[in-house]
Design a protein around this ligand. Structure first.
Ligand code: NFS
Length: 624
């Protein structure tokens, strides 16, 4: 039996878990308990239900069931499952990117007045970077030309996705050598489904290398397109102050939570809450205003660009509703637990879905598109205002005081703070004031104590003069621990503290949502290109300490395939194959110059990462 204090270290989470218990609300931890112990075949990746001769469970130790009905052994079964796992994650990021792209095309073709271009300079810069002749083209024509170029990246005729041109030449050569150059984003995902159909690719290593290609098509393709096009449409982030935890909810206001991933819907909801006529309605209903706060990555998108407060990360999504203070949760897609509809049903909370590809029975569906988004957003906010009168004050408990944070560190902002060139950062790295840079990214997983690994790993790394970049749900953990404020430099080692104080920045920089891990790839490429190195030569690493999702697996794999050593707090379902496990933990080093490490303990993980950073520094002739 796990005590509440074993589930989460935070006051807001603990109080809401207790409240849910009193009010009979079923939570993710209850369901995990019911599901434990898990099927050991599934845990090891040794089940196959991809055809109807099965389903099969492979027992590599034998003597019976060593092969599936088709003859697939443990290695092939694990590889097929993992390949599809990565492809699903890459598909999710890339399809999200496609929605931004379709919006960009609609702007370019004059089909929408609801959306426009907020960062014309970035549009121009990226057009030029990718070889579009912008001379004489209007902003609208540029948007259209860039959209058309990116649409090609999704198809099957491009030799490589456009942004792979950002990678160092050595990296691109290596991708060519191993057949990992990402071609079409959709093509490579589809090809993974094809290869893993019964009787196609029966070589586990070949499937894994293609998984690398699929993942690279996400990192340098779909995700990077999502990031850059979001900046073009909604603005490139600049440092901004905000707040985090369930204390951002307001007892005296209409609370609307945006949840999901794309900024397309959440930006419109935010805009609607700022309209005077709508605000007046909220006041008529007895509220002092409308409070919008974020969950998960669409929250990160609004936080980065607009300074909108974050209510919580993945494991806080049910608990946010348990406060009884939320009038509406409005979602697009990804990481939205289906249970939220039931939790919302225990309170007065309206649950609204907005995408035709993500419907939730029991919720309210309001389909948003680029023609009706502004109107639909108004409708939704008015519905939330109506719900305010249904709030039961006896059920309301806002459990904590908000923590303050700084966000908005896009690469443009980081390089801007450095005077427009990576030179000062290279110098700091060379001198060992900043010994390395680590991206701590990804989710929460109820199998692990909430945010525990995120926070303790980050604290340990900054102590060792390693700068941390945070994205996704890791961000909320960092914020709650006070690590996203410049004052946290006092918790860093002397060298990192000096740099942070000189620049007025925190030792943990929030660089965005999960698709914005592409910003980390990009800045690694900028550093490597500037120093004439490959990414795998740099003293950098990544960590997804509490990951759960297919998307996180795609991110981990594109990081490794890009040359970035990557720590995971939990293994993917591959342990049933010693061949694939050895490949992941060692063999990939010989292919990509980087591999995975699996370690649930934060201090041990910090040690592993530090060892790797030391080795890279020594190889460069820099002080360890
Ligand atoms: Ni990333 Fe962001 Fe969070 Fe995990 Fe889900 S919200 S896309 S997948 S849970 S970090």
């Amino acid at each position: 039996e796990r005590e509440i204090s074993d589930l989460s270290p935070w006051e807001d989470a603990q109080k809401m878990i207790a409240k849910a218990g009193r009010e009979g609300v079923n939570l993710v931890w209850d369901r995990l308990k019911d599901q434990t112990p898990h099927c050991t075949f599934c845990e090891q990746g040794l089940t196959c239900s991809k055809c109807v001769m099965g389903p099969c469970r492979i027992n590599p130790k034998g003597p019976k069931k060593m092969l599936g009905v088709c003859g697939a052994d443990a290695d092939l079964t694990v590889a097929r499952n993992f390949g599809r796992f990565v492809a699903a994650g890459a598909a999710a990021h890339s399809d999200h990117g496609r929605d931004l792209l379709e919006t960009l095309a609609a702007i370019g073709e004059g089909k929408t007045t609801d959306y426009g271009i907020r960062d014309e300079a970035k549009l121009e810069r990226i057009c030029k970077e990718l070889g579009i002749d912008v001379e004489g083209l209007s902003v609208q024509e540029r948007a259209k030309a860039l959209a058309n170029l990116f649409f090609e990246d999704y198809g099957c005729r491009s030799h490589n996705v456009a942004f792979s041109s950002r990678a160092p030449q050595k990296r691109k050569d290596l991708w060519e050598r191993f057949g990992c150059t990402p071609r079409g984003i959709d093509r490579d995902c589809v090809e993974m489904l094809h290869r893993t159909h019964m009787g196609v690719d029966c070589d586990p290593v070949s499937i894994c290398l293609h998984a690398g290609r699929v993942a690279l098509g996400d990192g340098w393709g779909g995700s990077m397109i999502a990031t850059e096009v979001s900046d073009i449409i909604f603005g490139t982030p600049k440092p901004v102050k905000s707040t985090v935890n369930l204390g951002v909810l307001r007892e005296d206001q209409v609370n609307i939570l945006v949840h999901g991933h794309s900024p397309i819907v959440s930006e419109m909801i935010l805009a609607a809450t700022r309209e005077p006529a709508i605000l007046a309605k909220a006041k008529e209903a007895g509220a002092t205003g409308i409070n919008i706060a974020g969950l998960c990555c669409t929250g990160n998108e609004l936080l980065m660009r607009q300074g909108v407060p974050m209510a919580g990360n993945h494991l806080m999504t049910e608990l946010a509703i348990v406060t009884g203070a939320v009038e509406m949760v409005i979602v697009d897609y990804q990481c939205i637990m289906p249970s939220l509809v039931n939790v919302a049903g225990c309170y007065h909370t309206k649950f609204v879905s907005t995408s035709d590809k993500a419907k939730f029975p029991g919720g309210i569906h309001m389909e948003f598109n680029y023609n009706n988004a502004r109107e639909k957003a108004r409708e939704a906010v008015l519905m939330a205002i109506e719900a305010y009168s249904l709030r039961d004050p006896d059920k309301v408990e806002i459990p904590s005081k908000p923590m303050s944070i700084t966000s908005g560190f896009s690469n443009e902002a980081i390089l801007g703070a450095l005077g427009g060139t990576p030179e000062p950062l290279i110098q700091a790295l060379q001198a060992g004031k900043v010994r390395g840079v680590v991206g701590i990214v990804g989710c929460n997983n109820p199998k692990l104590k909430h945010d525990h690994v995120h926070v303790n790993l980050a604290q340990e790394l900054i102590k060792r003069d390693i700068l941390v970049l945070a994205t996704g749900c890791a961000t909320v953990a960092m914020g709650k621990a006070g690590l996203l404020e410049p004052e946290a430099s006092s918790r860093a080692g002397a060298g990192l503290a000096e740099i942070c104080q000189a620049l007025g920045i925190p030792p943990v920089l929030h660089v965005g949502s999960c698709v914005d891990n592409s910003r980390i790839l990009h800045i690694c490429a900028v550093l490597a290109n500037y120093a004439g190195l490959d990414i795998s030569d740099l003293p950098v690493a990544a960590s997804a300490p509490e990951w759960y999702s297919e998307k996180a697996a795609a991110i981990g794999l594109y990081a490794v395939a890009s040359g970035i050593y990557t720590h995971l707090g939990l293994p993917p379902h591959i342990l049933g194959s010693s061949m694939i496990t050895t490949l992941a933990l060692k063999g990939l080093d010989d292919v990509f110059g980087a591999c995975f490490a699996v370690e649930p303990g934060p201090l041990q993980a910090a040690e592993l990462i530090d060892e790797r950073i030391k080795a890279k520094r020594v190889a460069l002739g820099w002080p360890a």
